[in-house]
Design a protein around this ligand. Structure first.
Ligand code: ADP
Ligand code: MG
Length: 240
């Protein structure tokens, strides 16, 4: 499979601080790629460079072979990227189904809307709670609803920054299953995560960042077996 996303020499300086430096990242189409590393490693900054929240200080970003370094976030979304926001963007006073409806309505034909709503509710395991106000859902369910709203765009590449933050172990595991089922439908996933158990559950490919640079990369098995990674990562898995 070709790379869906490629960065070359990507860098971001904040004043004198090198938050991301010389990062070559390649995300293979169809894979679940996890970005890990200790607190302050530059994961969120790299994520924001990919999304177009920040312009890079140096380097380039290519999406499906097109240089998108100078493109705005919405232009990246038009090309097939979507992001699960960290800040809540669900309408808490509206029913779950209405939230899904709003997210879908501009992206799906009228005739397909009802069917897509049901499909998405089922995928998110929210069918039984579709009539509840979104604000009444558990924290984990609200996160899944957020993922569902990002999915309405039918992205080729889905970006998630710590999707399991604040979740119970059971909710975390179910989030892993959701990510895997989306991946089986062909969606490429780039996931920033701290929780090592979750990474073991979902990751196919892993990039480890440390002090803004790529410290290691490989299959999940290679990364788990790498003592250098354990050294920088151990004991830091609960920091945010
Ligand atoms: P991570 O997500 O891996 O924990 P971040 O990308 O958030 O790391 O941060 C990397 C480094 O860049 C840290 O030293 C952080 O303090 C700094 N940093 C992040 N965002 C900003 C910003 N907007 N302004 C200044 N410094 C920042
Ligand atoms: Mg972060």
């Amino acid at each position: 499979m070709p790379d869906i996303l490629q960065t070359a020499g990507l860098a971001k300086m904040f004043g004198g601080l090198s938050a991301v430096s010389g990062v070559d990242l390649a995300v293979v189409e169809g894979e679940i790629h996890c970005l890990i590393g200790p607190n302050g490693a530059g994961k969120s900054t790299l994520f924001k460079l990919v999304m177009g929240t920040y312009p890079p200080t140096a380097g380039t970003i290519a999406f499906r072979g097109e240089d998108i370094t100078g493109r705005r976030s919405y232009e990246r979304v038009q090309r097939g990227m979507s992001i699960k926001m960290q800040a809540p963007s669900v309408f808490k006073n509206l029913p779950v189904r209405q939230n899904i409806h709003i997210a879908l309505q501009h992206h799906v034909s009228k005739s397909a809307l009802a069917q897509d709503e049901e499909r998405l509710l089922g995928l998110l395991q929210l069918t039984a709670d579709a009539g509840k106000r979104a604000g009444e859902l558990s924290h984990g369910q609200q996160q899944w609803l957020e993922i569902g709203m990002a999915l309405a765009l039918k992205p080729a590449l889905m970006l998630m920054d710590e999707p399991t933050a604040g979740m119970s172990p059971e909710e975390t595991f179910k989030t892993g299953e959701l990510i895997q089922s989306l991946n089986r439908e062909g969606m490429t996933m780039l996931v920033v995560e701290h929780d090592m158990a979750f990474i073991r559950q979902i990751a196919q490919r892993v990039t480890v960042l440390h002090f803004g640079k790529v410290f290691a990369r490989g299959s999940i098995a290679e990364i788990i077996a790498d003592p250098r990674v354990a050294e920088i990562y151990l004991g830091k898995t609960h920091e945010h």
